[in-house]
Design a binder for this molecule. Structure first.
Ligand code: PLP
Length: 397
């Protein structure tokens, strides 16, 4: 596949062409979906040499694939496309965002660098994976100002999210990269996507995505991906081969298709989110609104009254965890996405009991506002007052 184009192309163009440049020559238009787990090979001497090469270097296999845990052509197209969108040399895809983070941590631990410095808040399960020591890592939590001082000789990684899940707190990634010195900075770019921010350009060596969110974009595919330099990608491929957290080819196919509309979706959803954030900020029922300076389709807000009533009061908006889909979702982080984080640690990260996190979709802004407005009133109502009919009564025949 021709991975280098002489003239730099815009993100919108890359989104629909990267990873697909060879298709016309193959007589194809849509990317082929290769579901093979194994491939015929009559020359086992040559295969032995190729496998030795992979075991030693972690470089992508040249020639036909061998086995699906090693390499898959459909997934490779998604990897190529995402690397181009993030402006990195390479990208390595995994079964989920958590599988991707696990591979990064294992790669660093294998070098004897088990210590991680991290800034809260992080996605709930990322916080848990670091804090629980499940992988034998040790974590020091710090604020950005304390980062340089928290780094030790055995620090293998600095991990941050910006905008962070779920508070949408933003960090100065360039300044953080400075403080990291030679320790790689991992920026989880799930919320911003390369449409709004390309952390590799400001010094992050590792860019992580839960592809389950905006990259897929339709709430029907789970995946994770790490965009990085080729040297680190080689370590990740060796770990993926040995531990097996591969992305399924059908997921790779759907994610590549998702990337085609990523810029359009993110811009449209962000415009609606910005308008909803503006209306929420002016609303007396809302005590605080968090909306990032760089924009985006996520809005977090704190309500004066019962946040659970708002969740049960939505009708058009789906009360569900996750984000990045074409339809709008709302959830209560302290109950769901960040439940696994201890209460004290949630508070350190700014995740209050009254915080709601909304992932804005492609619906019409007025329809969304009408639903939100009614749900906020449901949140204010006294239990004995007449209110929004329970959903069951509305949908019953
Ligand atoms: C969802 C999420 C993850 C985890 O990804 P999965 O695909 O669910 O494993 C990691 N980081 C952020 C910011 C997320 O929102």
């Amino acid at each position: 596949m021709d991975t280098t184009s002489a003239v730099p192309r815009s993100l919108a163009t890359e989104a629909v062409h990267a990873g697909r440049e060879d298709l016309a020559a193959l007589g194809l238009h849509a990317a082929p979906l290769d579901l093979s787990t194994t491939y015929p090979s009559h020359d086992s001497r040559a295969e032995a040499a190729r496998l030795d090469e992979f075991a030693q270097t972690g470089a992508r296999l040249q020639g036909p694939p061998v086995y699906a845990r090693l390499d898959n052509p459909t997934v490779a197209r998604f990897e190529e496309a995402l690397a181009r969108l993030e402006g990195t040399e390479s990208a390595v895809a995994f079964a989920s965002g958590m599988a991707a983070l696990t591979a990064v941590l294992l790669a660093r631990s294998a070098e004897g660098l088990r210590h991680v410095v991290a800034v809260r808040p992080l996605y709930g399960c990322s916080d848990h994976l670091l804090n629980s020591g499940l992988l034998g890592t040790e974590v020091t939590w710090t604020d950005p100002a304390g980062l340089a001082a928290a780094i030790r000789p055995d620090t293998g990684l600095v991990m941050v999210e910006s905008p962070a899940n779920p508070t949408l707190a933003e960090l100065d990634l360039a300044a953080l990269a400075e403080s990291c010195g030679s320790v790689p900075l991992l920026a989880d770019n799930t919320f911003a996507t390369p449409v709004l921010q390309r952390p590799a350009e400001t010094g992050a060596r590792i860019v992580l995505h839960s592809a389950t969110k905006y990259l897929g974009g339709h709430g029907d595919v789970m995946g994770g991906i790490v965009a990085c330099d080729e040297e680190f990608a080689r370590r990740l491929r060796q770990i993926r081969f040995a531990t097996g957290g591969v992305l399924h080819p059908l997921a790779g196919y759907l994610l590549l298709r998702g990337l085609s509309t990523l810029p359009v979706r993110v811009r449209a959803q962000s415009a609606t989110a910005a308008e909803l954030a503006r209306r929420l900020a002016a609303d007396p029922r809302v005590s605080r609104v968090h909306y990032p300076r760089i924009g985006g389709a996520m809005v977090a807000f704190e309500v004066g009254e019962d946040p659970h009533q708002v969740i049960s009061g939505v009708r058009l908006i789906t009360p569900a965890v996750s984000l990045g889909s074409v339809d709008t979702l709302i959830q209560h982080p302290a109950s769901i996405s960040h439940r696994i984080v201890a209460e004290n640690d949630r508070h350190t990260g700014g995740i209050s009991e009254n915080l709601l996190r909304m992932s804005v979709g492609l619906e019409d802004v007025e329809d969304l506002w009408r639903d939100l407005d009614a749900a906020l009133s449901a949140g204010r109502r006294r239990p004995d007052a007449p209110g929004r009919e329970p959903l069951a009564e509305r949908v019953a025949p």
